[in-house]
Design a protein around this ligand. Structure first.
Ligand SMILES: [Zn+2]
Ligand SMILES: [Zn+2]
Ligand SMILES: [Zn+2]
Length: 102
């Protein structure tokens, strides 16, 4: 579950077209892993206007500490991509497939 290699999970950059608020999420999943252009399965809602947005940019997941796509940290336990996920704004979570398992 936490393996990033070959994963269809992406880090997405969002910007609301209405209020221009920007945010990022590590819980963006693509339908066609490995093919371009990649298509996201679920958008996320803007926290201000609850408008559904799709990311304008996708990246492979990076480590939250060293910011490398291939983590170079000695201690990899710091890597907590589930921290701070806004399930209330995530359409994937709302669809009944929560990104973050408790
Ligand atoms: Zn907005
Ligand atoms: Zn790292
Ligand atoms: Zn989610």
């Amino acid at each position: 579950m936490s393996k990033n290699r070959g994963s269809n999970q992406r880090h997405g950059y969002f910007r609301c077209s209405d209020c221009r608020q920007g945010w990022e999420s590590s819980h963006v999943y693509v339908k066609n892993n490995g093919q371009f252009p990649e298509q996201v399965q679920f958008g996320q809602e803007c926290g201000n206007c609850i408008k559904e947005c799709k990311p304008y940019r996708l990246e492979k997941l990076r480590c939250s500490m060293c910011h490398q796509q291939r983590c170079v940290c000695e201690d990899k336990r710091h890597n907590e991509p589930n921290k701070g996920h806004r399930s209330d704004l995530c359409l994937r979570c709302k669809s009944g497939r929560p990104c973050v398992q408790n």
